[in-house]
Design a protein around this ligand. Structure first.
Ligand code: SAM
Length: 292
């Protein structure tokens, strides 16, 4: 079964919007990594690519930057506008949208939290983004790293085991969560798109699904079922098992999660790449020099 990105995100957006706080809890270490490295501040123009419901937009506005988000999904963009009314949020494909015409371009900081792995043509997309970046402007994003599995499977194994053909892990290098999973590919894509001083750093963060002091079991289950693997499992199993059977399958999934709590919450190490690059190279661009 193949969805294009548009259908895929239209499918997933309602759950992302509903579970915004869960994603923020689980992704907290990665949010911090992007924010520490990006360095937002007053007088800077910031672009968040695949901004979703606007976590990084909010941090940017709080830091006093002039803030623009772009997201393919109108539902995500709408949620981001509600959360961060002073940001400008475009509903568009970042691969093709004319960011200079639509948003004034000349961004000093371009950031993304897991929003840049879905492009049909990543080189075209990163070149398009670069063309709207000021000389010396800095790109900082996180994307999933090869070998990452818990993010996609934790809490879904007992459900998937009930299927004759269990769903497959998202494939490395194809548009999707693992689209930039291999380091050489990240470097190749960014250098082909004209970016300089590319750095790819491994970060491991503990994704903790606890929100408001709970154990995170329901939170993790909701998010797992909202992802591509979870949606696939549910579409296959729910009609087959019927309502009561599906509910008891979910209870089994909850038990699987409870059996693996760390310090009382659903938490597991996740691995991502923290990627940085600069538009125009050179270490002497005034904007870049100021940031040091
Ligand atoms: C994994 S979500 C991350 C959302 C948000 N950055 C966060 O961390 O909560 C990926 C986001 O990228 C968006 N997206 C996917 N392909 C895109 C494209 N070609 N242009 C713009 N946004 C895109 C999706 O709509 C979705 O909101």
């Amino acid at each position: 079964m193949h969805h294009n990105d548009m259908t895929d995100w239209a499918d997933k957006a309602p759950a992302w919007v509903r579970h915004e706080r869960i994603y923020d809890a689980a992704f907290a270490p990665f949010t911090r990594a992007v924010l520490d490295r990006a360095g937002f501040g007053p007088g800077l123009r910031v672009l968040d690519v695949g901004c979703g419901t606007g976590t990084l937009l909010q941090a940017s506005v709080t830091a006093g930057a002039e803030t623009v988000g772009v997201d393919l999904s109108s539902e995500m963009a709408g949620a981001a506008r509600r959360r961060v009314p002073s940001a400008t949020v475009l509903t568009a494909d970042a691969q093709n949208v004319d960011l200079v015409a639509e948003a004034g371009g000349a961004f000093d900081r371009v950031v993304s939290r897991f929003g840049v792995m879905f492009f049909a043509d990543p080189v075209a997309a990163f070149a398009n983004i670069r063309s709207a970046t000021a000389a010396g402007g800095r790109l900082t994003f996180v994307c999933w790293r090869e070998g990452e599995t818990e993010t996609f499977w934790h809490g879904l194994r007992s459900l998937a085991a009930r299927l004759d053909t269990p769903p497959t892990q998202p494939a490395d290098g194809e548009p999707g969560p693992m689209g930039l999973a291999r380091e050489e590919r990240v470097r190749q894509v960014l250098s082909d798109a004209g970016w300089s001083r590319i750095a790819v750093e491994l970060i491991e963060g503990v994704a903790d699904y606890s929100v408001d002091g709970g154990d995170g079991v329901e939170e993790r289950l909701s998010v797992a079922l909202a992802g591509r693997v979870g949606q696939t499992v549910r579409r296959a199993l729910e009609p087959e098992l019927g309502e009561a059977g599906w509910q008891s399958a979910l209870d089994e999934a909850r038990a699987e999660l409870r059996a693996h709590l760390r310090d009382g919450t659903v938490a597991f190490p996740s691995r991502a790449w923290l990627v940085t690059a600069v538009q125009g190279g050179g270490t002497t661009a005034p904007e870049e020099a100021r940031a040091r």
